[in-house]
Write a protein that binds this ligand. Structure first.
Ligand SMILES: NC(=O)c1ccc[n+]([C@@H]2O[C@H](COP(=O)([O-])OP(=O)(O)OC[C@H]3O[C@@H](n4cnc5c(N)ncnc54)[C@H](O)[C@@H]3O)[C@@H](O)[C@H]2O)c1
Length: 253
């Protein structure tokens, strides 16, 4: 892909799953990558693997709900690699999903935590990335939404609200800073076979998801990583304010 070599990217929530795959793909394209994650161990491990493969990478602990921590993550990219060209804003509290029920029963602390990480945290990343992107004449912000934002599920209400909220951030940033070279887009994955998903889902559940798709297989983290890398790259330079479904055709809009 054009325009990724030597660029500097932060993957916020890059310690595992889709974020780790994105960090790897960006590194394979020749970019320098800062991996931020709540899990310092995972962030460091992903960075070490990329460095062992010849890339330049840095792994840091950060907490998406803490503004000072978000600010420090963006500052670290500038300090270590001289600037910032894009952020994959990816972290979500997925552990809380099992308590994320419906409008009648959803515990408000689950709602508040979901908003704090999946929505407020994404705004904080946006706020602290933008000044650095603008210094370089623009850059790319890519958020991880979900097919759940469109599906109208009977459960996971807070999750769906948070992911729909991200679309508001995307359109706002594209409109407010597009003329200054900033692009903001989201990818909306369908079910992706991360390690926990692989361990948790029964064969029947996998078949059911495959059955509602228009694809021969389920999603892999690399499928989402490829879309994020494209949106970060110069090949995606005329794409702004969009939510791109990467879900094997589960949703059609
Ligand atoms: N896996 C799927 O099927 C799927 C489908 C649609 C959307 N998504 C979205 O993809 C993104 C990545 O999910 P994943 O499946 O790779 O899960 P994951 O749990 O592997 O990745 C999420 C990462 O975010 C980090 N994180 C969580 N809270 C944080 C915080 N407060 N501060 C910093 N980091 C924090 C976690 O430590 C983890 O590394 C999420 O936004 C999720 O909603 C996943």
């Amino acid at each position: 892909m054009r325009g990724l070599r030597d660029r500097v990217f932060v993957v916020a929530g890059g310690g595992s799953g889709i974020g780790a795959a994105t960090a790897q793909r960006l590194a394979e394209e020749g970019a320098r990558v800062v991996i931020g994650d709540y899990s310092a161990g995972n962030a460091g491990q992903v960075a070490a693997q990329l460095e062992a493969a010849g890339a330049r990478a840095l792994g840091l602990r950060f907490d998406m709900v803490n503004e000072d921590s978000v600010r420090a993550l963006m500052a670290a990219a500038v300090e270590h690699f001289g600037g910032l060209d894009g952020v994959h804003v990816n972290a979500a509290d997925v552990a809380i999903l099992q308590s994320d029920t419906d409008a009648e029963t959803l515990p408000m602390e689950v709602f508040d935590r979901t908003m704090a990480v999946n929505l407020r945290g994404h705004l904080l990343c946006t706020r602290h990335a933008l000044p650095e992107l603008l210094k370089r004449g623009g850059g790319s912000l890519v958020y991880t939404s979900s097919a759940s934002a469109f599906m109208g599920e009977p459960q996971r209400l807070a999750y769906a609200i948070s992911k729909n909220g991200l679309h508001g951030i995307v359109r706002h940033v594209a409109t407010r800073w597009g003329k200054q070279g900033v692009r903001a887009n989201a990818v909306a994955p369908g079910l992706v076979m991360t390690e926990p998903a692989r361990a948790m889902l029964t064969a029947e559940q996998r078949e059911a998801v495959l059955g509602i798709s228009r694809s021969t297989r389920l999603g892999e983290p690399r499928d989402i990583a490829a879309a994020v890398a494209f949106l970060m790259s110069d090949d995606g330079e005329w794409i702004n304010g969009q939510v791109m479904s990467v879900d094997g055709g589960v949703t059609m809009r």
